[in-house]
Design a protein around this ligand. Sequence first.
Ligand SMILES: NC(=O)c1ccc[n+]([C@@H]2O[C@H](COP(=O)([O-])OP(=O)(O)OC[C@H]3O[C@@H](n4cnc5c(N)ncnc54)[C@H](OP(=O)(O)O)[C@@H]3O)[C@@H](O)[C@H]2O)c1
Length: 314
Amino acid sequence: MHNSAADVQSNQPMKVFVTGSTGAIGRYLVPALVRSGHAVTALVRTAEKAEAVRTQGATPTTAALFDKDELTATLAGHDAVVNMASALPSTRQFMSDRAWRRNEHVRIDGSTTLVDAALAAGVGIFIQESVAMIYPDMGADWITEDVPADRYPRAVCSLVAEDNAHRITAAGGTGIVLRFGVFCGTGAAHSEEMLSAARHHITPVLGDADGYISTIHLADAAAAVVAALTAAAGTYNIVDDEPLTKRDYATALAAAVGKRSWLRVPGRAALLGGHRLTSLTRSLRVSNNRFRTTTDWTPRHPSAREAWRTTASS
Ligand SMILES: NC(=O)c1ccc[n+]([C@@H]2O[C@H](COP(=O)([O-])OP(=O)(O)OC[C@H]3O[C@@H](n4cnc5c(N)ncnc54)[C@H](OP(=O)(O)O)[C@@H]3O)[C@@H](O)[C@H]2O)c1
């Protein structure tokens, strides 16, 4: 096996293979890795996207996410794999079981194949994207990584992907799981939809307005992935410092676009969505303390207030 995180100096350039390089987080991640001196191989699916990552300083590859032999050959010589591939449904398709099945295929079969290939190629570090929305509703209590995940139907695919990353640790390498909060930033489709609605005085509150939402700006999420390359194996929450109540989150969004919020929707009516919306309706006050004390990462946007301000002005 090549370098594990413990073997690698924090400033030592690595050869990093990235999936999801063209997604919401990937578009911030590839330039962040390149700026930090790492050599990046980016998995892409079209010639147009190959050109886009090349412009960012990465080397594109069109290896298929579900082809173990092709991936094993492509991964040879890499120090780390960062799996950010996902097919999370758009806001309009969020309730669709069919759309979620595509996500499950990418998360479950994709992560299984990629870990199999990483093990076969001897890659020592594997970072897997997961979500902070897999915790149970804890009201106003802080949630650390020690709180057991809730295996509700939509969460299972992320938990399988997490288990795959831990297989790298079991084999003597460094498997790292990053549980991201709700993304905020240009390039996250739902952020752009929310900004547009807020300009028409409509802001989202899903569930109880006193419940908490844990968020992360995409640039801070990307910086966390770079910092994670030298972290110890384990699971880390990647959220900002100050989760807001859903009421304050809506107020911050409206303030960022300079409008008053006249309508907060859908409120408690979202609870009717049952398990299909549970990731967004529950109260999640998630702590980033473990990652902040393990690495030198600090979110540049301490809360959604700053994240919305940056996003609205960009
Ligand atoms: N909680 C939340 O934050 C939340 C809530 C609702 C919605 N969302 C939405 O979910 C997205 C989350 O960002 P994200 O970066 O995780 O996802 P994303 O922007 O949808 O990007 C997914 C990445 O995975 C790649 N990918 C998908 N299927 C693949 C496959 N079969 N083989 C190889 N690569 C594949 C995509 O490649 P291609 O570019 O080739 O497609 C893309 O690079 C945001 O756009 C956001 O609006 C998020």
